[in-house]
Design a protein around this ligand. Structure first.
Ligand code: GDP
Length: 198
């Protein structure tokens, strides 16, 4: 079964206190412009389910989508957008941290990082926030089509090496992904389906 195919928009909230009561959910996070909305649209085979931003970082909504198994996918606000005031950015990082550390029904995190710009400080912070939960993280190295096959292999190996210390303390899997080339869709579906099955 494809978990994402025909996922349906469920609700948008702006505050953690308004989060809906779901049976179980997975969340997508990433720096703004990493390709998170595109990845969600590609996985769900839907052109505009998640909004691909022209001005990244403007939306601070938490969007919920219902998956085909009756569980939920959460699209969290992108972080790190330079043109948002520092105080606002810090506020959102704190909210993300609170959500990642306290959300009981969150069974796994999908972290999207541009293959060409991986593991920035805030990405590491998200991994740190989530480490204490003991739950798995799956990393999509996005926009892989922007590199040649050879460069992809090198960049992928470099990220895996950099992730080694993190993998010693938390369950992390990682793959290449391209929304443009529709590369890696089945692998995401398999990993996330396994989370729901465990
Ligand atoms: P978000 O801010 O993380 O939600 O990122 P978006 O999905 O809005 O994408 C940011 C920009 O990267 C947009 O211009 C997208 O068209 C582009 N983009 C996203 N995914 C890909 C991809 O797989 N390949 C290429 N070449 N561009 C992509």
């Amino acid at each position: 079964m494809n978990l994402f195919q025909n996922a349906k928009f469920f609700t948008t909230v702006n505050h953690l206190k308004d989060l809906p009561n779901t049976p179980a959910e997975i969340a997508f996070v990433g720096r703004s412009n990493a390709g998170k909305s595109s990845a969600i649209n590609t996985l769900c085979n839907h052109v505009r389910l998640a909004y691909v931003s022209k001005t990244p970082g403007r939306t601070q909504h938490i969007n919920f989508f219902e998956l085909t198994n009756g569980n939920f996918m959460v699209d969290l606000p992108g972080y790190g957008y330079a043109q948002v005031p520092e105080a606002v950015r810090a506020h959102w990082v704190k909210l993300l941290g609170d959500y990642l550390q306290t959300r009981k029904q969150l069974i796994g995190l999908v972290l999207i990082m541009d293959l060409r710009h991986p593991l920035k400080a805030l990405d590491v912070q998200m991994l740190n926030f989530f480490a204490l939960t003991g739950r798995p993280v799956h990393i999509l190295l996005s926009k892989s089509d922007k590199l040649s096959k050879n460069e992809q292999i090198k960049a992928f190996a470099a990220v895996k090496k950099a992730l080694k210390p993190f993998m010693e303390r938390q369950q992390i899997t990682v793959q290449l992904f391209s929304s443009l080339k529709k590369q890696g869709i089945e692998e995401v579906n398999q990993v996330v389906s396994q989370w729901f099955a465990d």
